[in-house]
Design a protein around this ligand. Sequence first.
Ligand code: CP3
Length: 344
Amino acid sequence: MPLPANTFVSACRRQNTSHTPVWLMRQAGRYQPEYRELRAKVGFLELCHRPELAAKVTIDAANWLDTDAAILFADILLILEPMGFDLEFVKGDGPAIHNPVRAAVDVERVLDVETPESLGYVYEAVKLIRRDLPKHRDLIGFAGAPFTLACYAIEGGGSRHYDKAKTFMYQNPQSFYQLMQKLTEATIGYLNAQIAAGADVVQLFDSWVGNLSLRDYVAHVQPHMKRLFEGLTKGVPSIHFGTDTGHLLEAQRDAGGDVIGLDWRANLDESWARLGSGVAVQGNLDPILLLGPWSEIERQTRLILDQAANRPGHIFNLGHGILPSTPPDNVRRLVDFVHEYSKR
Ligand code: CP3
């Protein structure tokens, strides 16, 4: 039997649903043999740039897993290209930006992209997905949050401590503000264009914001996040995600978002109690658990679902993305288990 329609969107709005909706970050990716086969022929950026391929990868993963939602296949760093950054995904090394921001003057040359038309291939993928995705699965559009994007733009790639990005923020607070502002305005246009193309919900990935103290979050990030959420098309639910944000949850909630993402470190029930009943929550299984054994996956999934206790407004997910070494069958079994165990 197909799943009932719009369960995921309803849960984002804290409405009653007949089961707990589930989708998984990185549900399309290298843990899947079909994806690896495709990637042997097509580079990652090329895959993102080709709407018909990105749409197929998105839809196949959601259909195979039977998730309540599909997430657009793309990357948070794509928006940096029309802003003037030279982006590359280096095999085995992850993303590289060859012209990072290192001085205040570098911020001046970052292009303003209020409606980033050069990202038309993303909107085209959204349209194709919404056309071909079964109606009972909702479609998530997404973008990187300004702080996480600024980290990449300044570091020039991934980093352990984000020392260059944070030092830039402390030493050049005005230029950092200007960079955050440019990223914020570009992201509002980008997400609203995804919504216009057919995204049912949007998620903001602030993956590295947990690196900041609450004090620095409030001073350097929260005002931009408020502006960003206020700028989004009304009536479309938004998800505010970060990792290692146990100390930031209330501040993130105050910045905006209908749903707050929780990583695996904290208990879901305690975090939700802190956030209050005015928001939905998404999470929060440790993605490492998916490596197995199944008995432990099931035990911890039950614990999370028991903590949520079928209250309206819980979306089951991992605390962060699926790892490439994950056995695909564990992932599929998890989705089935969540549906079965949470049936009202
Ligand atoms: O979740 C999904 O299934 C949708 C697609 C998606 C990707 N990246 C595809 C991808 C999403 C939502 C993202 C978001 C993203 N990208 C984030 C935020 C989420 C998070 O993980 O914290 C970040 C920080 C990035 C930046 C990025 N992209 C990195 C650091 C890397 C390299 C590390 C890695 O996992 O390979 C990527 C590459 C990337 N993005 C891949 C995929 C499927 C792997 C590319 C490949 O096929 O080799």
